[in-house]
Design a protein around this ligand. Structure first.
Ligand code: CA
Length: 714
């Protein structure tokens, strides 16, 4: 999508009257008529509950409970919900953003870190901004070119871009005010998370723990873009001065030359501010590479990977940490959403935080001290039997470490997590936390002779061993085991109150509301509403594309809306192959949709997607070449084109590629002829011989699939 010239007349109108001019009878809008767009200050964010019609920061309030007190739409009338408006987004990649809605204007980001402003009552586009991320930077992203949201402060919006920039935009025009590079571009960092603004500083982290980077979170002055502080989450080269006393201590929990591979611990999603205790909580990702022996040969805990860390927001100074997964070897990031709440436990009022991270345990921590109050499995967990209440350490199963080589360890959860970044919600009305749970195990096995390489996943994990088997019974059994559910979890009793089974993992994030409702989009393209207390299904709409983002609720002119950004994509559709194909809608129809009571808009009919025919060249390569190609494909290609060469529906399925039988294969893979679409040249990583082996493997797989489809038709 191109950056569109702004319409001058509209600017003049909006400056004169604010963005709410089109609507009638809105006291809120009238009161803000003299205020410029996104005029967010500390007081408004601190008192966000006084403005239930707005959604001013990523999790609505600083507590990030994602609970909207609005109740015009409620358990009695939600069946009358209809589409108010929709706006198509001409980007066919995963859409993970939570929109902000401020005084009648919706701001949201999309894949490729683009930003849109639309009239929240009508869907009319006000402006858009394209940071022009170089398409080839996509190769540094573990999990699609997604973006999870913007932040607002003092007439500006902030977007972190996939290529590591933090950009402040004028909220009235979408024009950049300042831009700063938050990363060293010689490393494979990406930003996909939403910035947060705390006390006049913009906080942003980054991802890349599959790509050999060192994690950190940075704070920038919201007005000027000047770096205020940076906190590294893992120690660097001990020959140089440590950046903080906390890191000097953390270095004792590592061995070998960990810093050479980056060490990981990236802060790629969760950054939450606690105004009551004046603390910032960040969630950190896995160690790099995943196999601990490849980064810290003598084992050890590897602080502060897979941890929640409390920092002082003014200085970035360390206060406490809790490591959920010491010495992680399973990609069990602790980067999942963190929710702050005040709850009564054993008769005592406690300030706690909740997290349901990838490792499968639901954690309740005392947020003043970081002490574990309780931790119980919210889904099937086979890597540990529990968490020691005294030490807070997991009780690992003897077979969980796959470090002795051999056949590896099939474990649950897998790297997808029992739950990952998808937003969870806490309803203070029901006292329940709503979690989009994923059920997908994984075979963890060390990659023999691991060596760091560019443009590949650097995990030291054998992705050939973990790939989908083609033996029919084994495949059927694995596919049947990969699913999900929406869980209503009691965080005090640590038990499930109700659940809705899902046919697949990777459904949307959650919104709960004052109308006793829980909203969730699904991988199959539904937006659904349930009674928050009982799980009774009350509403469902077809949005025509898998939803992974979280809905929000807001009000304009006295009318409540529920909106969601749809667009099937992210790591699961890109990388998991057949399970994603089985789970979601094949098509990506990226759009934002807003619903209200009695909404009468309708979606256009879906374009007919014709099922392509498999017409692969005849296989000519020998078994050894195909085997070599399989290892290369799984290492270099599968994270975008799908496990064992089955695309999950977002990027081209290479089994169907017209390049398999001609020289275009070489033009694309070595010549970079599709670079403008994000498919860069691999000429530095792969020789002609290697790309021919990959071609031979894809031809083999295409013929195998063709034979299978003929068999199933018989
Ligand atoms: Ca990770």
């Amino acid at each position: 999508m191109q950056h569109k010239a702004f319409r001058c007349l509209f600017i003049a109108l909006t400056i004169l009257c604010g963005f709410g001019c089109h609507s009638k009878d809105s006291s809120l809008e009238k009161s803000r008529q003299a205020i410029s767009p996104a005029s967010i200050d500390e007081s408004r964010l601190l008192h966000a509950d006084d403005e239930p019609g707005n959604w001013m920061s990523h999790g609505r309030t600083y507590s990030e409970q994602r609970f909207s007190p609005l109740k015009q739409i409620n358990e009695q009338n939600v069946g009358q919900l209809g589409l108010a408006w929709y706006m198509d987004i001409n980007i066919r990649r995963g859409q993970e953003a939570t929109p902000l809605v401020i005084d009648g204007v919706m701001y949201f980001s999309t894949a490729w870190s683009k930003v849109f402003a639309v009239n929240a009552a009508t869907g009319e586009k006000l402006w858009s901004y394209d940071p022009k991320v170089p398409p080839e930077w996509a190769l540094n992203a573990c999990c699609d070119v997604v973006n999870r949201g913007v932040a607002a402060w003092s007439g500006k919006l902030y977007i972190g871009t996939l290529d590591g920039r933090l950009i402040a935009l004028d909220a009235s025009t979408g024009k950049p005010v300042w831009e700063t590079l938050t990363i060293d571009p010689q490393y494979r960092y990406t930003i996909t998370g939403a910035p947060r603004v705390v006390k006049g500083k913009v906080l942003i982290g980054n991802g890349g723990a599959e790509m050999g980077v060192r994690g950190y979170v940075s704070a920038y002055d919201a007005e000027t873009g000047k770096l205020a502080w940076r906190f590294y989450t893992v120690p660097g080269d001990p020959a140089k001065p440590f950046e903080s006393p906390a890191l000097e201590k953390a270095a004792k929990s590592w061995s070998g030359e960990w810093w050479k591979l980056g060490a990981g611990g990236t802060v790629w999603d969760s950054i939450v501010y606690d105004p009551e205790l004046d603390l910032l909580y960040i969630g950190t990702g896995n160690g790099t590479p995943w196999d601990r022996r490849a980064r810290s040969p003598e084992g050890k805990d590897n602080l502060f990977t897979c941890s929640i860390i409390a920092l002082k927001p003014d200085t970035g100074e360390y206060v406490w940490h809790y490591q959920e997964v010491p010495g992680d070897a399973w990609d069990y990031d602790a980067a999942a959403p963190i929710i702050l709440a005040d709850v009564t436990i054993d008769g005592v009022r406690r300030k706690v935080l909740f997290q349901a991270p990838k490792d499968g345990f639901f954690y309740v921590l005392d947020r003043a001290t970081g002490d574990v109050i309780s931790a119980k499995p919210y889904t099937t967990v086979t890597w540990a039997t529990g968490v020691d209440p005294k030490t807070g350490r997991p009780l690992e199963n003897a077979n969980a470490r796959y470090e002795d080589g051999g056949k590896g360890a099939p474990l649950a959860p897998g790297p997808l997590g029992g739950h990952s970044w998808h937003s969870i919600s806490y309803s203070p009305q029901t006292g329940l936390v709503y979690i989009p749970v994923q059920e997908a195990g994984f075979l963890y096995k060390s990659e023999q002779h691991f060596q760091e390489t560019g443009l590949a996943f650097n995990t030291a994990i054998d992705f050939v061993a973990a790939g989908m088997p083609q033996e029919p019974d084994a495949k059927r059994s694995i596919l049947a085991s990969i699913k999900g559910h929406l869980s209503a979890w009691d965080p005090i009793q640590q038990k499930e109150i109700w659940r809705v089974d899902r046919t697949s993992p990777v459904n949307g994030g959650i919104l709960s509301t004052g109308g006793n409702l829980v909203f969730e989009g699904t991988a199959q393209g539904g937006l659904e509403a349930y009674r928050a207390d009982s799980g009774q299904r009350l509403f469902s709409a077809d949005v025509q594309s898998g939803v992974v983002a979280a809905p929000v609720s807001y009000a304009v002119a006295g009318e409540q809306y529920v909106a969601v950004v749809a667009g099937w994509g992210g790591v699961f559709p890109l990388a998991s192959g057949e399970p994603a194909l089985k789970a979601g809608r094949m098509q990506n129809v990226s759009r934002v949709l807003a619903f209200k009571l009695g909404g009468k808009a309708s979606l256009p009919p879906l374009p007919q997607f014709s099922q392509p025919q498999l017409k692969p060249p005849r296989p000519t390569a020998g078994a050894a070449t195909v085997k070599k190609g399989e290892a290369l494909f799984q290492g270099y290609c599968s994270t975008c084109h799908g496990d064992v060469a089955v695309s999950g529906g977002v990027l081209p399925d290479l089994r169907y590629s017209g390049t398999l039988g001609n020289s275009a294969w070489t033009d694309v893979v070595l010549g970079g002829s599709l670079q403008s679409f994000g498919m860069v040249s691999f000429s530095r990583e792969l020789s002609k011989e290697k790309i021919e082996a990959i071609r031979a493997y894809v031809i083999f797989r295409a013929n195998q699939s063709l034979a299978e489809s003929k068999l199933s038709k018989q």
